[in-house]
Design a protein around this ligand. Structure first.
Ligand code: PMP
Length: 320
């Protein structure tokens, strides 16, 4: 669906997947004016196709738009485009439990212009891709490396926005983590490099002495929809949840004191990723004996249960 200044968003179309025609001078290629989202469609055992909190994705898209000076895409319009597309392509939603249809909405500035300014012409596109089960053999702990040299985002920057540049900034840390045989990077804040922010494509939680603790949203981390949902589930179970600044030293101290019960990541892809090892400089912390913790398992079962229609959706999160 194009946007043209003076005309707004207009003429949405569903078309077969294929290449698109863009000028080599299209602004998105040069100045990174681009935002995106990621969500999934699930098929229940009864064959119903459903989405998990999709309006939240369009609300977040608009927060990213605002930061990148991209025109607002009304949530209802985005939802209408998405639901029409899924209706047409509903056979693409896999029926095997654990599998889903990944949905990638995005907006790019397409003006052919060499010079830094906000675009006047945009394209909103949604692509779909069937996605296999994240955990083929049940939940498995991941190993995380704390990045101490590079930073991904700073306060006042665009860390909270879902835009390609943030991911470009994170590649070098990911590369370093992989070289050291860790699968994911945990980023620290961009000012003092000691407060915990988020993992490459997940938010992060710690269970310290029975309390669930996660970094507060201060503009430099993505406000994850899974994060928000996990907090609601934890509170509904009567757990104490603290959203606050977390010094990496506090985690190391809690570990040494035997009080770091669990660490897990949250995100659309894996929903809940228990962390088995956390490496910070020379310190390697084995979390919960490299086993899945009780809270991680409870959150995984509750949230995937709701997504697959096996657990009652008392939160009203499902969009049929
Ligand atoms: N942080 C980053 C940087 C991400 O890319 C993602 C994945 N979208 C998340 C956190 C988790 O967000 P969500 O729960 O909305 O998928």
């Amino acid at each position: 669906m194009p946007y043209d200044e003076g005309q707004g968003w207009h003429d949405p179309e569903i078309m077969p997947y294929g290449n698109i025609d863009l000028s080599p001078a299209a602004m998105c290629f040069h100045y990174g004016q681009e935002v995106f989202e990621g969500l999934k469609a699930y098929r229940t055992a009864e064959g119903k196709v459903q989405l998990f909190r999709p309006e939240e994705n369009f609300k977040r898209l608009n927060k990213s738009n605002e930061r990148l000076v991209i025109p607002e895409l009304p949530v209802e319009l985005g939802m209408q485009c998405l639901t029409e597309l899924i209706k047409v392509e509903k056979d693409w939603v896999p029926s095997k439990e654990g599998e889903s249809l990944y949905i990638r909405p995005f907006i790019i500035a397409v003006d052919p212009f060499l010079g830094v300014k906000p675009g006047e012409h945009y394209l909103f596109i949604i692509i779909l891709s069937p996605s296999g089960a994240y955990y083929e053999t049940g939940l498995n702990p991941v190993n995380i490396y704390v990045e101490s040299k590079y930073v991904r985002a700073v306060r006042g920057g665009m860390g909270f926005a879902k835009t390609g540049g943030n991911y470009a900034a994170s590649l070098i840390g990911q590369d370093e983590a992989h070289k050291q045989n860790y699968s994911q990077v945990l980023w620290l804040d961009g000012v003092e490099q000691k407060y915990i922010e988020e993992v490459g494509a997940m938010n992060i939680f710690f269970v310290i002495d029975g309390k669930v603790v996660t970094p507060m949203l201060q503009g430099s981390i993505l406000p994850g929809i899974t994060r928000k949902s996990a907090i609601e589930v934890c509170k509904s179970m009567g757990l104490t949840v603290e959203e606050r600044r977390i010094d990496i030293q506090e985690i190391a101290d809690a570990y040494d004191a035997g009080k770091l019960d669990e660490v897990f990541g949250t995100g659309t892809a894996a929903v809940i990723s228990p962390v088995g090892h956390l490496k910070w400089n020379d310190k390697v912390m084995e979390i919960n004996g490299n086993k899945i913790g009780k809270i991680s398992q409870m959150l995984y079962d509750t949230m995937t249960g709701i997504q697959w229609g096996k657990v009652e959706d008392t939160f009203n999160w499902i969009y049929p």
